[in-house]
Design a protein around this ligand. Sequence first.
Ligand code: P70
Length: 469
Amino acid sequence: MPYQFKTIIEPFRIKTVEPIHFTTYEHRRQALQEAGYNLFLLRSEDVLIDLLTDSGTGAMSSEQWAGMMRGDESYAGASSFYRFEASVRSITGFQHVIPTHQGRAAERILFGVLCQPGDVVPNNNHFDTTRANVEYRKAEARDLVIEEAHQPALILPFKGNMDVAALERTIAEVGPDRIPLVMLTVTNNAGGGQPVSMANIRAVSEVCRRHGILFFLDACRFAENAWFIKTREPGYADKSPAEIAREMFSYADGCTMSAKKDGLANIGGFLALNDPPYDRERYRDLPQRCKNQLILTEGFPTYGGLAGYDLEAIAVGLREVLQEDYLRYRTRATAYVGEKLLAAGVPIVQPPGGHAIYIDARAMLPHIPPPQYPGQALAVTMYLEAGIRSVEIGQVVFGRPTADGSPEAPVPLDLVRLTIPRRVYTQSHMDYVAEAIEYIANRRDQIRGLRIVWQAPVLRHFTARFAPL
Ligand code: P70
């Protein structure tokens, strides 16, 4: 037997490099002040290591760049579209493939066509734009993740699962007529990047079918979810990630997708669906009505707001993301950061997710109450001390201001997400991140909370301005 080496290495070598920018403490202090302590408002040149998001920030492969040269920029019927459609169909099995400029455009089209005021849309956890697009239709976005997901330190293989009994109760209470669809977000981004098991996907699908309700996956990180099923769920060890992904999609009627994540592309997304199997008035001609909306705001159905070369990059990326070498490295690289932080005594959401490590800021900074945004305070400190840009996923993203200016009701978790772009940073970058966070953790008592001085009525985290307390 040949020796099995234990070190999991990056399954690529680097052909193009991009400099990153070192700045002084004083420069960062100034930049923060000008940005109103909102890391979204920083210039990227002022950031050393950018862990704001894994969305659109990945490095493309030589095969993807080669595909881009093949891009057919015809307005209608471009060959790039047919390659894109074939790739999406082979992975998802869905009949209708509608390209969009990113995930939220697919959400807006789907919810715009399906949702009416007073409806309820259950999900394990809606992510920010998904919730906003449901609420924009005056429908309720209801989170039904299992109770255990609210205990950050608890280790469970599938903490992204939906509470199926809670789904049954919701349907009984609201009535199936007011539930246009049920969604599952794989992996569960708002809840720590935790996966959903195949058994849970199947169970949710069965409930939906029994009540004649459409079931969609928010599939942004479907490949990472498939890998966790392969490595954690009995019966899947010998199946390929592609086979597992295909089974995941087989239980759903459609999906929304941001190709900026597991599409390994810098822009793009899609809505893919089958003809609804139920005879309900609001499902009539659903794919066609989605395409009509697409033409109104995104573009003709064979490009949907994307260039031909974007469609090519996605077509190739969707296949590369399912390669075992890639997924083994991807999940290992993320877990590596988590293990280093745990060893330094930093509380994180356990077990490590696929695309990010989530620091439990409420546990780390117990002296800062939720209405003073402990996650934002930690994220700001990480930038100030080390030039690292992370993102708060907690009170700032999901909290809502009160009408009378009294303290906001606390949301379940205050997390800071260290989001790892795909195929971009090396192990030494992550060693630096871990060292910086350990340094900050040792001085955590000195961190103070913030207050919001300005906020937009929806998706406030992108543009809000803060002041230190
Ligand atoms: C992220 C970005 C996007 C997203 C998602 C899920 C589960 C849909 C979408 C929308 C958003 C973000 C958050 C903080 C900082 C920067 C960006 N998630 N569903 O990083 O897709 O962005 O293509 O419209 O995670 O998690 P799209």
